[in-house]
Design a protein around this ligand. Sequence first.
Ligand code: ZN
Length: 691
Amino acid sequence: MTRELAQPVENLWDASHAAGLDDLGKLAYRSNLLGTDRSVANFGGGNTSTKLVERDHAGREQRVMYVKGSGSDLATITRDGFTGLCLGEIDPLFEREKMSDEDMVAYLALCQTGPTMPRSSIETLLHAFVPFDHVDHTHPDATNMICCAVNGEQLAKDCYGDDAVWIPYIRPGFTLAGQVGEAVRGKAGIKLILLAKHGLVTWGSTHEESYEATIDAINRAVDFVNEHTRDRVPFGGVALAPVGEARRAELLTGGLLALRGEVSQETPKVLQVNTNDAVLEFVCGRESSEVSQIGAACPDHLIHTKVTPMWVDFDPASEGTEELAAKLVEGARRYRDDYRTYFESHPLVDEEMVDPNPRVVLVQGVGMITIGKDLKAAGLSRDLYHRAIEVIRGASGIDEFTSLTEEESYAVEYWPLELYKLSLAPAPSELAGRVALVTGGAGGIGSAVARALTEKGSLVIITDLDENSARSVAEGIGDGARAVAMDVTDEDAVAAGFRDAVLAYGGVDIVVSNAGVASSAPIEDTSLDLWERDHKVLARGYFLVAREAFRAMKHQGSGGSIVFVASKNSLVAGKNAAAYSSAKAAELHLARCLAEEGGAASIRVNTVNPDAVLQGSRIWEGSWREERAQSYGIDPDELEEHYRQRTTLKVNVLPEDIAEAVLHFASETRSAKSTGNILNVDGGVAAAYPR
Ligand code: ZN
């Protein structure tokens, strides 16, 4: 059975919890409840306010309105996220005829009751002009199904009778605030305002009343939409069945790499795939290619989804990965051209064109891909487009979906006040948007490398034979780290690990080959098994990982950095470690060969040579420690001191020291012009000085 077009929302108000809170606490609580349900208030969208009387710094009583500050999200806002404004100074504005955005922002800044409060929401005056103590403004799915319907005004009458006032679309600002204020003052008994192609305004004389008014308005829309669309099939019925999971993974692995390369030409991008039921229903719908191109479901989505998603006609029954990859690349190019035309034909403001690449890509029969400068941005586009799908589904079920005109969209997308919100975001980190894969990521050096890369903004796939330990390293890092079981000597496992990276984040830019083993034995006691084990992991394993990295990076076409973690022993002939040292030498020479081979594709391959990193190392937990101590004729406890004394600098080498060197080679900003290099991190060992 298909799900209904609109889903009811739950009233979550807990009177006993609220009773213990002061006004500002209640405002934060009310806002968090609204934001908890993303069908009520999407990320960053909507705003809430409270008017109260408080004493100012000089002890005078004054009426103050607290309203959401720019840059917060209702779901997580705390009392510090609200801005206090002196109402005595704002009230007279209601009598004014007009006011420019710049004047309004400058005026409101002077009304703030505290100098360090965030800039108040761009919808502040809308709250101030509603003559009730508590006001909520949200962009709920269900009410927007009516607000974004061609005959929305009539539908609003049918749904709400005289309880609602309909205000035709106008960009938020002074004029809209005045219209809302007049509507509420002008008609006694009205309960809500519907802003065409935008959202909902409700109010109350208590926090609870205001919250309930929002929930009631939404649930009345839910009932109305569902009652009037019982016989409607979403998106005109099913055009094709969605592809199965395995086939989807196969199609997307090649498709994502090609698309990521194409959209990452200026800055690296993270790609996220989403295939929940609602997305699949949409990308398989008969009318979706058309209806998806009408426009945004709310002005608030525009900056994160752009006016329209990129739609890709695809027939999984007759087309394969290569066709999909070609269509994605071609589609992205066309999208950018169209975007440039759109930008250039509306020279309203003196702003620079934002990244012209699509943020949302819909592949018929396959799913949705969202694109962002980092994981958060790609996730935000995904979450907002989920809302868009719901609104489009409901609006086109009950009537016909409509959206902002191109002019209106442009005016919001390049609205200085919207752009200001974006300017609040911190500057991008050094490795933002980059994806790294680290082998042996659960060990001392591997985990330090994974942490160093994520600290600089990279996403990281932590692979290891020991999946549990890899998972705990990933959990320690948090968002943007994934654990994958991988045996580097197993061809299929290596390919699967790279596939995981591509499906999770869209591709791979940095590969740190670090998985290792070690052995120590005089040559006559070195068994064939031992010899082969060392060579299997250190030579064959590094070959398999590098080959897969080359394939992915070349497919992506945006270069990359491969870093081998070898050993001082790759350069120095040590006693009693022939199997290990010769395998390490093979590894080092492989890196140099690949540096030569990768140059034309901007793939850099460099080697970091650690020595005697005992801390956190799994190798040193085994018999290797005993064996090395024995070969030096010392006690195992004396190894640290032994190693320190034999270095030029008289230091021990730590995993973090190796991570720093890996970061140097991983980062384009640090080492874009270095390949085929060796960086020793060994405290200085004369015999290993490269020449
Ligand atoms: Zn709004």
